[in-house]
Design a protein. Structure first.
Length: 211
């Protein structure tokens, strides 16, 4: 089942990436965070789509933060500057591998123009890639909810099944419910300005889920 899901998703993502590159008149893509679980998945799909001569990557190594007295945020911004520079030099589009859970709830919203995995919840990414990535806010919420599956089940109920918050989030601790609703409200501004997200579900950021 996971192999079938991966193949179906890969085909949709590949089609959107090809169209985006064509529409932008670009030569290829630059992948941010290629060493994360989602980044490795996106690298594999991008290479399959374009070939190694049209796919580039920009890594950030958190271990370098201590050596150079840089924070993780500093390294993320450095990686973004490097990616933008590489994209200009090679006429490429920058891709960020953020998952849907992170896009809905994280504090830092990626400004990249294409978010190929942005309609895949973190739990789905975990099944496909063997892990998931998000900032500390989302990781804390997942832990409080009893795991990423429980957190995503709440979000799926709220957005995909359109249940009222009291039903969708009712199985979660009160404090966790409050933080989720606060984060969703705070994220409205960014969801209206999201990059291109391939549509894989019933309500996709930037397509039919912006508010």
């Amino acid at each position: 089942m996971t192999d079938d899901l991966a193949e179906r998703v890969a085909r949709v993502v590949a089609g959107v990436l090809r169209q985006a590159v064509s529409d932008a008149g670009a030569a290829g893509v630059v992948v941010l965070e290629p060493d994360s679980p989602e980044g490795r998945l996106l690298m594999a799909w991008s290479l399959r789509c374009f070939g190694s001569d049209r796919v580039w990557k920009v890594s950030q190594d958190p271990r370098a933060a201590n050596a150079e007295d840089r924070t993780i945020a500093d390294l993320e911004e450095l990686a973004r500057r490097m990616a933008r520079g590489m994209a200009r030099e090679r006429n490429a589009l920058v891709l960020h591998p953020a998952n849907k859970t992170a896009l809905l709830l994280d504090v830092a919203y990626p400004p990249e123009p294409v978010l190929p995995l942005g309609d895949l919840y973190a739990s789905t990414c975990s099944r496909l890639a063997g892990g998931w990535t998000a900032g500390p806010v989302v990781r804390d919420l997942a832990e409080a909810a009893g795991g990423i599956e429980a957190l995503d089940d709440a979000l799926i109920g709220l957005f995909e099944r359109r249940l009222p918050p009291e039903r969708a989030l009712g199985h979660l601790p009160e404090r966790t419910r409050t933080v989720i609703l606060q984060r969703l409200e705070a994220g409205r501004f960014w969801r209206r300005r999201t990059g291109l997200v391939p549509k894989l579900g019933t309500r996709t950021l930037g397509v039919d889920l912006s508010g």
